[in-house]
Design a protein around this ligand. Structure first.
Ligand SMILES: [Zn+2]
Length: 108
């Protein structure tokens, strides 16, 4: 009986570590590649003049969401702000603003 508990715990631990590694891998890749993502308005890559901010989930929000933090890119051409995941998927700004906040200025 004890062996089963230990086995379940080990499996849970492996899955948790794998998910964390995957998330941080996606984030570091996003940090390298976000300038190549295309602006939804200009349809051109953001390029070197764009700015990277970060959003994070508000502490008091109750809504369950897998979205904990991610990039918020400011386009230098159209001045638009676009909410993305670290994998480069565009998120709907209006619903994101309700339960997420901007975490800080870019460090790059
Ligand atoms: Zn733009």
């Amino acid at each position: 009986m004890r062996a089963i508990v230990i086995l379940f715990f080990a499996v849970w631990l492996i899955i948790a570590v794998a998910l964390m590694a995957r998330r941080s891998g996606q984030e570091s890749r996003g940090r390298r590649e976000w300038r190549d993502w295309r602006c939804p308005d200009c349809a051109q890559p953001f390029g070197k003049d764009a700015r990277l901010l970060e959003w994070r989930r508000k502490r008091d929000t109750r809504a369950y969401s897998a979205l904990v933090n991610g990039p918020l890119v400011k386009c230098a051409r159209c001045q638009g702000e676009f909410w993305f995941t670290w994998t480069g998927k565009l998120l709907p700004a209006e619903s994101m603003k309700r339960s997420h906040e901007i975490a800080g200025l870019d460090r790059f």
